[in-house]
Design a protein around this ligand. Sequence first.
Ligand SMILES: CC(C)(COP(=O)(O)OP(=O)(O)OC[C@H]1O[C@@H](n2cnc3c(N)ncnc32)[C@H](O)[C@@H]1OP(=O)(O)O)[C@@H](O)C(=O)NCCC(=O)NCCS
Length: 174
Amino acid sequence: MVVNLLRDDVTVFPFSEKHNTDSFNCTNHDLNDFLKNDALENQEQMVSRTYVCCYENQLVGFYTLTTDIIEVKHVENPHRWDDYKHKKYPAIKLARLAVDSRFEGNGVGRLLLSAAVSIALNVSKQVGCRYMTVDAKKDAIGFYEKYGFTIVEKTISKNEPSLYLSILSTVENF
Ligand SMILES: CC(C)(COP(=O)(O)OP(=O)(O)OC[C@H]1O[C@@H](n2cnc3c(N)ncnc32)[C@H](O)[C@@H]1OP(=O)(O)O)[C@@H](O)C(=O)NCCC(=O)NCCS
């Protein structure tokens, strides 16, 4: 059964043991497995932070953030590297993002991505963080490009190509 919902009905929370993940089922087995078996432990180990969104007490999507670093040679303006004073820049990595398949196509993915970018923006104001990065499932590349992410050319042939978003230039895509 596919469920239609309004984005205003969906709320995002930091993930904790009180959230029931049993019914969560996106189209990617590894992402389901990560949420159910690894997300909490990674959080306790301070490796990553997971956020979930719920609709009527049901967990309908999640994303996970960790830190990353991006080399200038992989980012925009390849002919203007002189504009960059450093060879590497700090980034927040969107390590996981998934929406329960029964709830796809309702704007939940966009809501979660927007919430993740918003966290990266806030972090950047406190500790410095220039980019958001993601290693995308091939089917999801178009989703990220829609919201301003650029693919790293040399990773195109990889199983999970890398994309980046400059958070220097706002979140207006959302
Ligand atoms: C990719 C995913 C997160 C999108 O979530 P969603 O809730 O269905 O997406 P939304 O409804 O918020 O879509 C927002 C917009 O992105 C577009 N979009 C959604 N999925 C897309 C895709 N795979 N490719 C291109 N565009 C996509 C939608 O058409 C919509 O555009 P519109 O506003 O012009 O109509 C979801 O399909 C998913 O969890 N897939 C399985 C796991 C996965 O691949 N995760 C990504 C890991 S890198």
